[in-house]
Write a protein that binds this ligand. Sequence first.
Ligand code: PGA
Length: 249
Amino acid sequence: MRKNIVAGNWKMNNDLAQTEALLLGLKKHAIPENVSVMVAPAFTNLYQAFETVRETPIEVIAQNMHQAKNGAFTGEVSAPMLKSVGVNTVIIGHSERRAYFHETNALLAEKVTAAIENDMQVIFCFGEELSDRKQGEHFEVVKAQLQQGLFHIDENQFKNIVLAYEPVWAIGTGETASPEQAQEIHNYVRKLVATTYSDAVSENVSILYGGSVKPANAKEIFANADVDGGLIGGAALKAEDFMAIVNAF
Ligand code: PGA
């Protein structure tokens, strides 16, 4: 059975004190048993965050990592470093990494391999831009991102993958994909996973939706058969909003 997941991507927000305050806010809420809850603070705050939520079901995850184990890569953080502070899950391929840091599908493939070699779970993000959708190319774009960035791993390794469909035009814009648009791509991706791997893999992989999810729209998005949760940006920065989304299943 695949899991319901709500993951908060805090991006470059919250210093140490703010991280602590937000986590304490989240800890005041009971977490329903049918949802895995994750938060992704900045690298500098991961260790403290891990300590703060230690006794709770909240999982602390990373927003990115470098593909090498160690070495002369100034400013970068590796999978073993993340693991050493208790992080077992990493977001790879977020559209902001692709756009602002020029991360290509080939590079993302290397990152996925490195994460898996280090026994980490990967939340693999993909999604089309508005121009792709306007030209009716969204299915092809999504397929290419998955084929080039992710589908090199084998069926057994796919157990460590969570997928996150994030149409670029819906991220931080207040514009959400309609529940039908989300379901259409999620169903397409699930079928693609089935033909690439197997029905079992496709039935078991959680596919999250991301892009302006908020308390007011989470329920109708999560209600779709192939939507197994959300990757939440802006609304993850307020404890009440994030927990309302967690409770939207
Ligand atoms: P948003 O961001 O919820 O602020 O649109 C989602 C994301 O980037 O993961």
